[in-house]
Design a protein around this ligand. Structure first.
Ligand SMILES: Cc1cc2nc3c(=O)[nH]c(=O)nc-3n(C[C@H](O)[C@H](O)[C@H](O)COP(=O)(O)OP(=O)(O)OC[C@H]3O[C@@H](n4cnc5c(N)ncnc54)[C@H](O)[C@@H]3O)c2cc1C
Ligand SMILES: *[C@@H]1O[C@H](CO)[C@@H](O)[C@H](O)[C@H]1NC(C)=O
Ligand SMILES: *[C@@H]1O[C@H](CO)[C@@H](O)[C@H](O)[C@H]1NC(C)=O
Ligand SMILES: *[C@@H]1O[C@H](CO)[C@@H](O)[C@H](O)[C@H]1NC(C)=O
Ligand SMILES: *[C@@H]1O[C@H](CO)[C@@H](O)[C@H](O)[C@H]1NC(C)=O
Ligand SMILES: *[C@@H]1O[C@H](CO)[C@@H](O)[C@H](O)[C@H]1NC(C)=O
Ligand SMILES: *[C@@H]1O[C@H](CO)[C@@H](O)[C@H](O)[C@H]1NC(C)=O
Length: 612
């Protein structure tokens, strides 16, 4: 009865010209006795994929709740080149900051998270990297479930991708292997929409120094090692997000309601436990602000938490699921004593290493940044044709590298990477001055390029805890950056390697004149000087994971939060589908793996599988 009523409602709305009848901006507008099968909290890649796939069945009613506003019509979300304007401290950011980081000389780090339909995929910098085969095979081993292995997940990558030609129609032969990608999925990806002056030199270095820096034709084959062309989440010159690809195209489904501007404040327990005495979660409490009324919605089947690696553990803790002592310290009653909730926070620290470039023409980013006439012209080109530099992101090449097999570090340290196909560190090449400290101004004069060095196999483990029992208080975020000898060592090696790439290959002679900007003063021969630079410059590349990690079927030994079905241990009716569940951080930009995990999770939910 409700459904037919809603169909009429949406028909009326369509007649009135409303774009999306199922988009609610106020919980008060949802009928009080509306019955949902599934409630999904958070509209990032995790939640959007699940809500979209579950609502493919017209008999299944889904409510997707997002704290932030709609992403529609927001220019910097649409224009790839403007990605860096979306954070920090904007209307689409949670504006978080970490605790003072001991490994970073006591500095607190700005910690942006997307707060908008599409989640962080609407504000991220769009790198699309699938991770190595070894990363997924380790997930399968940890979960004891071959369904998380590379061979089982790779078809999901093909299902979710739509590889489209670049907007400048250049010949992509040798830059991407079309046959390993999907071309019919919802998420548009492409390779290099516009050329950068540094591109040919990056590629030439892979020929000159091919032993250390081999060329990789497609880093998304499961074997990412080497240097290659970056793929990114845009197509036809427009950013592709979890919202634009999974939610907006299906928002007219009568069985999918999307509620924005609304914060889920708690997951609700039903009055009854199941026969075994296990607590059943069957709804959520929501509010639009700390001073507005609260509302409750029920899910007859499940609540799926997809609030991301910071807010998912926050919500679990607020709902009494987590380490008993921490909950007790805030006066929260423990419903399930789960010590690993909020623990094992892993993230990738990055350091921007600048080089001086001889010619202003080769410093594309700063040439545009310093000339508003040129900027306006390029934006106009995008508006008219969806082409040019604005149709492209900030990086055309990425490198994935390992410490050598005979590195002395292996005398004292176990290799933390997932296996020989997985990298320890990463390069990102930017044709501009780029700093890893948000807000650092570009020098008024001089021309630059930057190689960002990123530690992708960290052994540092941090945490997310509550500062207060109020859902409106920011959580305490401690990524524990550079807090282990391995991480300090590997970041030092990565910075030196970045300098070697640019300063020891002849192709850069005359193009690059040496280390530049703040990096100019760093003596690369001095361990202490390189470490000082790393501790002063490192910040997040925005990849928090692991705070509700997946483990195998035995739970106490595993120290995990969810089982291989992604169900929260010790509960009924509650799952986590987002970046929180990775038991180890993917040695890659994680959005691709979140989309793929969520695609499989949707199938697991539909099938009702109970693995354990
Ligand atoms: C600035 C930035 C740049 C990045 N660059 C890249 C990149 O280039 N490539 C890449 O692969 N990855 C990148 N990432 C990371 C990537 O975007 C994330 O890993 C991915 O989006 C995680 O998906 P998710 O579903 O776990 O969470 P998110 O995308 O963070 O989505 C969570 C959603 O839940 C909502 N939410 C949270 N709490 C509540 C609540 N209580 N009630 C209701 N809703 C709530 C949030 O507002 C958000 O919309 C970047 C991230 C950022 C922030
Ligand atoms: C939701 O569930 C609670 C407790 O199980 C119940 O009291 C309430 O009436 C339900 N609300 C709706 C709208 O069904
Ligand atoms: C965030 O922006 C607000 C409003 O513009 C400003 O008052 C505040 O200082 C900014 N905070 C940070 C950390 O930049
Ligand atoms: C983040 O800061 C911006 C700028 O001050 C503000 O508009 C926005 O509302 C803040 N976000 C949150 C979640 O408070
Ligand atoms: C693209 O380049 C490859 C390799 O150089 C070449 O074989 C192919 O014919 C080119 N394709 C087109 C359409 O020009
Ligand atoms: C993705 O690309 C296809 C084909 O070019 C296009 O039709 C579609 O609108 C794009 N989708 C999104 C969400 O941008
Ligand atoms: C700025 O860009 C415009 C448009 O391309 C160009 O005509 C002008 O010469 C540039 N100004 C400077 C100072 O380079």
């Amino acid at each position: 009865m409700h459904r037919s009523f809603l169909v009429v409602l949406s028909a009326v709305a369509a007649n009135l010209g409303l774009a999306s009848a199922a988009l609610f901006t106020d919980p008060a507008d949802i009928l009080a006795d509306k019955q949902y099968h599934y409630i999904v909290v958070g509209a990032g890649p995790g939640g959007s994929v699940v809500a979209s796939r579950l609502s493919e069945d017209p008999q299944t009613n889904v409510l997707l709740i997002e704290a932030g506003p709609s992403d529609e019509g927001v220019l910097p979300i649409e224009v790839p080149y403007l990605a860096y304007e979306l954070q920090p401290n904007t209307t689409h950011d949670w504006n978080y900051t970490t605790t003072p980081q001991t490994g970073l000389d006591g500095r607190a780090v700005i910690y942006s998270r997307g707060r908008v339909l599409g989640g962080s995929s609407s504000i991220n910098v769009m790198a699309y990297t699938r991770s190595s085969r070894d990363d997924f095979d380790r997930y399968a081993a940890v979960g004891g479930d071959q369904g998380w292995s590379w061979d089982a997940i790779e078809p999901y990558y093909r299902k979710l991708e739509h590889l489209v030609p670049p907007v400048d129609h250049h010949n992509t032969s040798g830059q991407v292997e079309w046959q390993i990608h999907g071309t019919r999925g919802p998420l548009n990806i492409t390779v290099a929409n516009a050329p950068f002056p540094i591109d040919s030199h990056v590629v030439a270095t892979t020929q000159e120094l091919s032993e250390e820096y081999p060329y990789n034709e497609d880093m998304n084959s499961g074997y990412p090692l080497g240097i290659g062309w970056a793929q990114a989440t845009y197509g036809n010159g427009i950013r592709a997000t979890a919202s634009s690809s999974y939610i907006r195209p299906v928002i007219s489904r009568p069985n999918l309601d999307v509620l924005i501007n609304t914060i889920t404040t708690k997951i609700l327990r039903s009055r009854h436990s199941d026969e075994a005495g296990v607590p059943v979660f069957s709804g959520v409490e929501v509010a639009q602000s700390s001073t507005s009324p609260t509302f409750a919605f029920n899910a007859t089947k499940e609540v799926v938490l997809s609030a991301g690696a910071i807010n998912t553990p926050q919500l679990l803790l607020l709902s009494g699921i987590g380490p008993r002592a921490h909950l007790a310290s805030l006066g929260i009653e423990t419903v399930v004593d789960l010590p690993a909730v909020g623990q094992n926070l892993a993230d990738h620290p990055r350091v921007g290493n600048q080089f001086s470039v001889a010619s202003a023409q080769d410093d594309l980013g700063d040439t545009i940044g310093r000339n508003s006439t040129l900027f306006d012209e390029l934006l106009q080109e995008w508006e008219e044709k969806r082409q040019g530099v604005m149709a492209n992101g900030g990086t055309n090449h990425i490198g994935w590298l390992r410490l050598p097999a005979d590195d002395p570090i292996w005398e004292t340290e176990e290799d933390p990477s997932a296996g020989p196909a997985a990298p320890h560190y990463e390069f990102l090449f930017r044709p501009a001055f780029a700093s890893s400290i948000p807000g650092t101004p570009t020098p008024a004069t001089g021309n630059f390029m930057t190689v960002l060095a990123v530690l992708v196999s960290p052994t540092s483990a941090g945490s997310v805890t509550l500062s207060s029992a109020s859902p409106f208080a920011p959580p305490v975020i401690d990524p524990a950056f550079l807090s282990t000898p391995f991480d300090v060592y590997t970041m030092r090696a990565a910075i030196r390697s970045a300098a070697r790439f640019v300063l020891s290959a002849q192709t850069w002679d005359g193009f690059v004149t040496g280390q530049g900007a703040g990096f100019a003063d760093v003596d690369l021969n001095d361990d202490a000087a390189v470490d000082k630079w790393a501790r002063a410059q490192a910040s997040t590349i925005w990849h928090p994971t692991g705070t509700a990690r997946m483990g195998g079927c035995g739970y106490v030994e595993e120290g995990s939060v969810v089982d291989p079905d992604l169900r929260v241990r010790g509960t009924e009716g509650l799952r986590v589908v987002d970046a929180s569940v990775f038991p180890f951080i993917p040695a890659a930009h994680p959005q691709a793996a979140v989309y793929a995990f969520a695609e499989r999770a949707a199938d697991l939910i539909k099938s009702g599988r109970r693995f354990c």
